[in-house]
Ligand binder design. Structure first.
Ligand code: GLN
Length: 545
């Protein structure tokens, strides 16, 4: 049976609970254990699919097509274990299940209450499909004290009784801030947050204390005493140069051995952290530098491009270079002068237009693509970045000023159009405009067939690949001939040949645009081939400049 580790957070948000959970997963894996990571999200949305990226950051898409929290991306990047729809559990999802059960009469007329009905549903979701792993690490979103989080805390409190002390562990991530005027690290916020947790019946077993400087013996003693944990279970979580150093740093602080001790497991041999050491070495001592411009709409909040950012770093790891990213606001390119555009784009070694929604900023993105095409700067289009490359070609080279995406309104030349029906496996998926916005996209993994001899084929070294999707609109095959006349060739399609998946230019050193999101499958220890190749092309460009 799986052992359960519950990770809660206190004091403030954004302490990196996701990375902490993922790193613990990586450490247990490095000791030879099989792990699974799961996120319990207190918000009431059923999934984050319709949430504003400015507020919530990226929507991460799993293989099976679930739209989830960006922390699932950390889990996959640190452990290489693909998450599933069962690994993202929100209050909204729990309540919709409970209400559906009630409507069906499953509760046999009982008064439906938070305890036990909602908490039972949460416990059921936590325990589901965990039979095959040694450890299930469950991160509770938000901060202890949030009203929305209460049913989740109650559920994990109950689980200790259900599972037993030796099969469950509570890890609490907190902040130990340094107050310059006092010249001291302060333990009080952690004490208060642990008290809050204790008032809900949860006694943390391990404290992970985020701090910008080492925590002294005295503060450690205080934290242990007031928070009722063993001194060796007060683990320092210092700021590190790269997130990929976190597993190493936690190991040095004894996190994995304390976890093993709690579960009564032998922790005599050290975990094998060679892959992490190699990654940290490459990231911290690169052999060169390249600068990539990412032209998007959500550049004000970098969390909105979390996986993409990491995939670019992974491309850098594969090529032993540091990737500087210039986040460029598409709106500014759209509204600025030609000279300003030149100034912004000419120092770049590569240009990437990422996924996006809506018309705002699209002209700026198209202008950036035109610049990349004309100046032979490597261009990588991701999802919306493919759609905009199609519009760029048709408008600027084909003379079709009206070429447009039906996402932006009705048009006489819908070069990017809504597909009302397409095939996935044996199931015909339908989309009915006007229905709920949640869950109406082409989501998750689809197979793509590549044309032998194309750049994409050369990069993947395979004729059949599979990648994750999240979009409503598609390149309209009606205009493929016109596109070819503009030099843009479709070299990858869905298995049935119906939907274009990849387009590239033959008249350009590196111009590849894809309908899917390759960034979701990139790992630091297994960089995605498209990102590796794009960064390599950017390095070559750097040599030209
Ligand atoms: N807005 C586009 C669509 O829905 C692209 C989506 C994306 O880039 N993820 O098709």
């Amino acid at each position: 049976m799986a052992r359960f580790i519950f990770v809660t957070g206190g004091v403030v948000s954004s302490l990196g609970k996701g990375i902490a959970s993922a790193s613990l997963g990586a450490l247990l894996q490095a000791r030879g254990y099989k792990v699974l990571l799961r996120k319990l999200e207190p918000y009431i949305n059923v999934d984050p699919g319709t949430m504003n990226p400015f507020q919530h950051g990226e929507v991460f898409v799993t293989e099976d097509g679930a739209e989830t929290d960006l922390d699932l991306g950390h889990y996959e990047r640190f452990t290489g274990v693909n998450t599933t729809c069962f690994d993202a559990i929100s209050t909204g999802r729990i309540y919709s299940d409970v209400i559906a059960n009630e409507r069906r009469g499953d509760y046999l007329g009982a008064t439906v209450q938070v305890i036990p009905h909602v908490t039972d549903a949460i416990k059921g979701a936590i325990l589901k499909n965990t039979g095959e792993v040694d450890f299930a690490i469950c991160e509770i979103g938000g901060t202890v004290g949030d009203i929305e989080g209460l049913p989740f805390l109650e559920a994990i409190r109950q689980l200790r009784n259900d599972l037993g002390y030796r099969n469950s562990l509570y890890v609490h991530l907190t902040l130990v801030p340094y107050i310059p005027t006092a010249g001291e690290l302060k333990t009080k916020p952690t004490q208060h947050s642990v008290q809050e947790l204790q008032s809900k019946g949860i006694q943390p077993d391990i404290l992970l204390c985020r701090s910008d400087r080492p925590i002294g013996v005295e503060e450690r003693r205080k934290l242990a005493l007031f928070c009722n944990v063993k001194p060796e279970c007060v683990i320092e979580a210092l700021d590190v140069a790269t997130i990929y150093q976190v597993p190493i740093s936690y190991h040095e602080q004894g996190l994995d051995s304390e976890v093993c001790k709690h579960f009564g497991l032998e922790a005599k041999t050290a975990p094998d952290l060679a892959i992490w050491e190699r990654i940290v070495e490459t990231v911290t001592r690169p052999e060169g530098d390249v600068t990539i411009g990412v032209v998007g709409k959500y550049t004000g909040l970098l969390d909105a491009y979390k996986s993409l950012h990491q995939a670019l770093i992974h491309g850098g790891i594969a090529n032993k270079v540091n990737v500087n990213i210039e986040w460029i606001d598409a709106d500014q390119l759209e509204n600025g002068s030609k000279v300003a555009l030149m100034e912004r784009l000419s120092p770049l070694h590569g240009i990437l237009v990422p996924g996006g929604f809506g018309e705002r900023g699209s002209r700026g993105k198209i202008a950036a693509i035109q610049y990349a095409r004309e100046h032979k700067i490597p261009y990588f289009g991701v999802c919306f970045g493919l759609q905009m490359a199609v519009l760029e070609a048709l408008r600027n080279m084909g003379g079709f000023a009206d070429a447009n995406s039906s996402e932006f309104g009705s048009t006489s030349m819908p070069a990017i159009a809504l597909m009302t029906e397409w095939i996935k496996g044996d199931i015909v998926q339908k989309y009915f405009p006007g229905e709920d916005l949640g869950g109406t996209m082409r989501l998750g993994t689809y197979e793509c067939h590549l044309t032998p001899g194309s750049k994409a084929y050369e990069i993947y070294k395979s004729s059949v690949i599979s990648e994750r999707h999240r979009h409503r609109y598609e390149v309209n095959t009606t205009y493929l001939k016109e596109l070819e006349k503009c030099g843009l060739y479709v070299v990858g399609t869905t298995a049935d040949g119906l939907l274009p998946e990849i387009a590239e230019r033959k008249d350009h050193p590196w111009f590849v645009a894809v309908q899917f999101h390759p960034e979701f499958k990139s790992r630091p220890f297994k960089p995605h081939p498209l990102f590796t190749s794009f960064i390599e092309a950017a390095i070559n460009q750097n040599r030209l400049i």
